[in-house]
Design a protein around this ligand. Structure first.
Ligand code: AMP
Length: 394
């Protein structure tokens, strides 16, 4: 990214940094620390750093519940500098706070979503955002799939030079490494509850990877498509034809699809209920499939040990409830080991996936773990994100 070499005395009045995940400050300190490097570097070089961010889903007007004020002390603690706060992100209040700034100061503005124009990508609001500073640094990859005034129109309606911050750049670089010049063979793990939310993803990945590993509740719909009994397991019956199409497409493209060969089943979805391991040909009428079985986990790990690049979204089982986290945790640990040994380049993302990697204690051991949910998924679907498209990415 480009940063001002010397802000003081060179007309660098302000740097607008978009840090969407300031909102999640309690749950996502890692992201904030990452953004903190940019804020510190810019302020350290004499820039006046103005933070634009959003929090929650206020209904287009000020709502104290969604104020960014409580975030300010945490930002100050992390960057080790005082951070001022203004009760509006545009208009006279913001202008007065900016007028008081000295070189090297940091100012956090109130939630951009307190203005309805933010989520409508409103040009007039975007012009006001753009007028706040001279350079725009966007570190909010997790919002990059949205066309909002503070991340898209702010650039298209102005002449602001717009750059990715470090966290944004790390995400862009990881996706390029995974899809544009990956080391082959490439495998993808797609897990989670349903295929309905991941049909585009499955379709796109089939054209990109040699091996597609399907985990979680969504594997049940594929098992049903193969005529296997799945008892009372989660299944999207209306999407069985889509699952058949995906299996047929994989065959015609010569791609390998990995489905479970056994499963951990229970009669009830609850903590520490009695469980049984069953072959996927022998699921009983009252059984619920809640995790990959040991033979399936072993098979996935053996596939991964002959893989060079992995992209992972979605857990192998209902990992929030023990012992149904076992499959996901074992695969996560194997991915971490292979990555540490230099045998695998591993990318993972999505809220549940990151939560599952946390359960396994391996987030730091993968090559790159995305902080984003929707933006990561849309990138894996092959979409160009509007918030990335407007940036000058080298
Ligand atoms: P997603 O948001 O689509 O990535 O799905 C994540 C959710 O899928 C998690 O809450 C898991 O508990 C759930 N899940 C994974 N496997 C199963 C399964 N076999 N049965 C029911 N839910 C599952």
């Amino acid at each position: 990214m480009s940063t001002p070499t010397s802000g003081a005395g060179k007309g660098l009045e302000g740097v607008i940094a978009a840090n969407t995940r300031l909102s999640d400050v309690r749950g996502d300190i890692g992201q904030l620390i990452y953004c903190g490097y940019d804020i510190n570097e810019l302020a350290g070089k004499g820039g006046k750093v103005i933070l634009l961010s959003h929090f929650g889903r206020p209904k287009g007007g000020p709502d104290p519940k969604y104020s960014l004020r409580p975030v300010v002390p945490e930002v100050a603690r992390i960057i080790g500098r005082p951070v001022a706060f203004a009760e509006d992100c545009v208009g006279a209040v913001a202008a007065a706070a900016i007028a008081k700034m000295k070189n090297g100061d940091v100012l956090c503005l109130e939630n951009t979503r307190f203005h309805p124009g933010e989520e409508n990508n409103d040009k007039e609001l975007a012009k006001k955002f753009a007028a706040l500073g001279d350079i725009f640094v966007d570190d909010a990859f997790s919002a990059a799939h949205r066309e909002h005034a503070a991340n898209t129109a702010i650039v298209t309606v102005s002449n602001l030079p717009a750059y990715p911050g470090r966290a944004m750049k790390a995400e862009i670089d990881a996706l390029q490494r995974a899809f544009e010049m990956p080391e082959h063979p490439v495998a993808a793990i797609v897990g989670g509850a349903k295929i309905s939310t991941k049909l585009d993803l499955l379709g796109h990945l089939l054209s990109k990877v040699e091996v597609l590993i399907i985990g979680g509740g969504m594997a049940n719909t594929f098992l049903a498509a193969q005529g296997k009994p799945i008892g009372k397991s989660l299944c999207e019956n209306d999407l069985i034809p889509n699952a058949r199409d995906i299996l047929a497409k994989a065959k015609s493209l010569g791609r390998e699809i990995v489905l479970p060969v056994d499963a951990v089943v229970a009669q009830k979805f609850a903590e520490h209920v009695p469980t049984r391991v069953a072959s996927v040909d022998q699921i009983g009428p009252t059984d619920m499939i809640l995790d990959f079985g040991p033979a399936s986990v072993k098979h996935v790990i053996s596939v991964l040990s002959r893989t060079k690049t992995l992209v992972w979204n979605g857990p192998f089982g209902a990992f929030e409830v023990k012992p149904f986290d076992t499959g996901t945790v074992e695969v996560a640990r194997a991915v971490a080991e292979l990555t540490k040994a230099g045998r695998l380049v591993s990318f993972a993302g999505g809220g549940d996936t990151v939560a599952a990697l946390n359960v396994a204690g391996v987030v730091g051991a993968l090559t790159h773990v995305s902080t984003a949910g929707g933006a990561f998924l849309e990138s894996l679907e092959g979409k160009t994100l509007p918030g990335v498209k407007v940036l000058l990415v080298s």
